[in-house]
Design a protein around this ligand. Structure first.
Ligand code: HEC
Ligand code: HEC
Length: 147
């Protein structure tokens, strides 16, 4: 091997070592803690709302938004076979009390045209779109403007 080639190989190797060393020391973190320190779990928050029936509806911030849930959802199970939310929301009335009904967008007609419309099973999992609220400060700022 020619001497000049050897020298340039050595120089390239030295540069790589220096580059790696500087990368490893400059691997920083945006947090106050080291990157490998486990995150502390956030404190448990209780739902802002209690049993349904006493809460004002939460104003929607954009057209087509799934409305936020103003009441607690504790103990309301949601499975494809049993859905506690439907007890109240399938109709505009439950046990003589007025309810916000889930409306036509969530329903499909059954095989029997005279039967009451059924829940569209694409929407059985209510809490994939509708979320209950807790009293928490936003983790990051947000300058979203409603339309
Ligand atoms: C016992 C009856 C009842 C049950 C069960 C219930 N809700 Fe409600 N829901 C209400 C009532 C009444 C309101 C109106 C606000 C209030 O008074 O709490 C409401 C409001 C809402 C709203 C707001 C509607 C709007 O137009 O802003 C959503 C969304 C909602 N509920 C979703 C759910 C989901 C999802 C579940 C199941 C996890 C559920 N609810 C279970 C009675 C009920
Ligand atoms: C795929 C998302 C999605 C799922 C799943 C879903 N919803 Fe909704 N929901 C919406 C959106 C979006 C709206 C607002 C406009 C509309 O009616 O489409 C809405 C509206 C509502 C409303 C207010 C009706 C009105 O007239 O504005 C209620 C009550 C409601 N949903 C309850 C439920 C319940 C109970 C379930 C579960 C059985 C459920 N939703 C499942 C997206 C969803």
């Amino acid at each position: 091997m020619k001497k000049s080639l050897k020298l340039s190989l050595i120089a390239a190797l030295a540069l790589t070592v220096v580059a790696c060393a500087s990368t490893s020391t400059s691997l920083g973190t945006l947090r106050d803690t080291s990157v490998d320190a486990p995150d502390a779990a956030p404190a448990d928050k209780v739902y802002a709302g209690k049993q349904p029936g006493k809460f004002a509806l939460i104003e929607r911030t954009f057209v087509g938004q799934p409305p936020l849930i103003p009441h607690t959802v504790e103990n309301f199970d949601i499975t494809p076979k049993e859905n506690a939310c439907l007890d109240c929301h399938i109709d505009s009335e439950f046990k003589g009390k007025k309810m916000p009904s889930l409306g036509k967008s969530h329903l499909v007609k059954g095989a029997d045209a005279n039967a009451a419309p059924q829940l569209n099973m694409l929407r059985w999992q209510c809490d994939s779109c509708h979320v209950p609220q807790v009293d928490a400060q936003p983790l990051v700022g947000n300058d979203f403007k409603t339309n």
